[in-house]
Design a protein around this ligand. Structure first.
Ligand SMILES: CC(=O)N[C@H]1[C@@H](OP(=O)(O)O)O[C@H](CO)[C@@H](O)[C@@H]1O
Ligand SMILES: [Mg+2]
Length: 545
């Protein structure tokens, strides 16, 4: 079957701007007015991917996460709910960059030939979007591609990114032994709330958690989730939703949200939190979360992804011990080079757990975490989850507790496996997990913070002529190119007490990021500035655009 004519006709409606596109860590992301042709072409790829996967449903999420309101983006979700397989990213890039409609058809056919995709096979796509004003127009572009390729589709309208990942997995596992949940948004809330109630059985939450939803899709979705959860008096948690205005598009991620809090190291200016109040911020598509509070001396205290990772790893380790499963389940933590060195030390020395460091980008962490029975992974910026291997799930499900206390711990562990989104980092699921853990430990955020002290650190963004000259090894911790740059950094780092620093090209912005840690704030700042200086020096000439 040939779709040539249909694709040609439809593609004419979505002319490609003179731009080079690249499918990166976050899919395609840019100013929304540049995206119509990109989204159309991603739709073609989704159809091809579905056909390649024997008609399993592929997800398409239209979002630009924490970016400003005028941006948008698109990314694909694979049948099991994880991100698009990396080998397909270049195909997305090739489709997006095809110069003419004819060239696009050629790329489409070339892919079908080289990967032996049967174009008569059924193709299925499910999609959703965040609250951005440009979303509906981009959905129209997507639908044009799905129609042109005779693809069946379901429009889930507004969802958080992790909700779409959940639905993709549910759709494709329905009726199998791996069934993940009911194929509906309601199914998502029911799964989380049932697990949450079970996990809270032997715990009592104190105080209120105030959740800043970045004025994004997380707001209405958290409000909905709360309807399914017991109140604090009924054994649940008191959740207060703020920054949930999705009707004024300009407010999205503006002066609030996880990215604002993490990069500015302060609470949203609108926050009315008193010292000690527990606060959290989601990002624009609710796949990231960070916690924070104001301490007794009025200092802002951040509890970021590293803190969530250590909290979750410690708790799951304890549950393993208490349920009598410790010897049967290996727990490991996956971090990137941006994890604070103090968290790495705490995990190794106090929790005595193995750590793996991967390059930046959730797909790397996710894959590494799959190698443990229980793999805890978080980026410092708050994106992460915990993965339970099929064997771990079976071990937990078939374990016979030897005492009532073992039974309690086992029930909580079982609930955690249901509560934690297994497809992708999910701010709503992570929120409930942290709340459960704090309730079990009877901890306030200050207790949580006191587990270890972060090393002073600084992250700077350096604009250079050509960031592509920077090549790395050892999970991005060392530069292999430009020649001599790493030797210069090493020499510098050696001069600082507890110094650590690395530079790498960003995958999402046209810049190089420099990270530095040292014994004091001033030294960390100084080291970062000096390494930034080296990066500038080696930064290459600007490419003619
Ligand atoms: C230091 C940092 O926070 N980097 C972020 C950022 O990647 P860069 O490649 O550093 O631009 O965006 C990624 C996608 O959202 C996210 O996965 C990652 O953690
Ligand atoms: Mg996000």
């Amino acid at each position: 079957m040939s779709f040539d004519q249909q694709i040609l006709e439809a593609s004419k409606k979505h002319p490609r701007p003179a731009r080079i596109f690249a499918y990166g860590t976050a899919g395609f992301r840019m100013k929304a007015d540049l995206l119509p042709s990109v989204v159309f072409r991603v739709g073609l790829l989704a159809a091809a991917r579905s056909r390649k996967m024997n008609g399993q449903s592929i997800g398409v999420m239209i979002t630009a996460s924490h970016n400003p309101p005028e941006d948008n983006g698109v990314k694909l979700v694979d049948p099991y709910g994880d991100m698009l397989e990396a080998t397909w990213e270049p195909h997305a890039t090739a489709f997006a960059n095809a110069k003419t409609d004819e060239e696009l058809v050629e790329e489409f056919n070339k892919l079908h030939t080289s990967l032996k995709i049967n174009s008569s096979a059924p193709a299925r796509v499910i999609y959703a979007r965040d609250t951005r004003a440009s979303g509906p127009t981009l959905v129209d572009c997507l639908v044009d591609a799905l129609t042109a390729t005779n693809t069946e589709y379901t429009d889930y309208k507004l969802l958080t990114t992790p909700q779409l990942h959940y639905l993709v997995r549910c759709t494709n596992t329905k009726g199998t032994q791996y069934e993940y949940g009911d194929v509906s948004e309601t199914g998502y809330y029911e799964k989380l709330s049932t697990a949450f109630k079970q996990a809270m059985k032997n715990a009592k939450s104190k105080g209120t958690i105030t959740v800043d939803c970045a004025n994004g899709v997380g707001g209405p979705k958290l409000r909905e989730l709360v309807k399914y959860l017991p109140s604090q008096a009924e054994g649940g948690v008191d959740i207060k939703v703020v920054n949930e205005d999705v009707h004024k598009p300009d407010n999205l991620n503006s002066q609030c949200g996880a990215d604002f809090v993490k990069t500015q190291q302060r609470a949203p200016p609108s926050s009315k939190a008193a010292p000690g109040d527990r606060c959290a911020s989601l990002d624009g598509d609710a796949d990231r979360i960070v916690y924070y509070f104001i301490d007794e001396d009025s200092n802002f205290r951040l509890l970021d992804g590293d803190r969530i990772a250590t909290l979750a790893a410690a708790f799951l380790g304890e549950l393993g011990e208490k349920s009598g499963l410790a010897s049967k389940l290996s727990i490991g933590v996956v971090q990137t080079a941006y994890a604070n060195g103090a968290s790495t030390k705490f995990i190794t020395e106090n929790l005595k757990l193995p750590i793996q460091c991967t390059p930046t980008g959730v797909k790397y962490l996710h894959h590494a975490a799959q190698r443990f029975d229980i793999g805890v992974y978080f980026e410092a910026n708050g994106h992460g989850t915990v993965l339970f291997s099929p064997l771990a799930l079976k071990t937990i499900a078939t374990h016979e507790p030897q005492s009532p206390s073992q039974a309690d711990a086992l029930a909580t562990l079982t609930a955690a496996t249901e509560l934690i989104n297994q497809t992708v980092g999910d701010a709503l699921s992570d929120l409930l997990l942290v709340e459960v853990i704090l309730a079990h430990k009877a901890w306030d955020p200050a207790n949580w913070l006191s587990t270890y002290t972060d090393y002073p650190n600084r992250l700077v963004r350096v604009e250079v002529g050509n960031r592509n000259v920077f090549k790395t090894e050892d999970a991005e911790r060392r530069l292999t190119e430009p020649k001599h740059a790493q030797a210069r950094i090493d020499e510098l780092v050696g001069k600082y007490t507890k110094g650590r620093s690395f530079a790498r090209a960003s995958g999402t912005e046209d810049a190089v990021r420099v990270y530095a840690e040292a014994a004091t704030r001033a030294e960390a700042d100084d080291l970062a500035q000096k390494v930034a200086g080296i990066v500038k020096q080696f930064g290459g000439l600007a490419l003619s655009k």
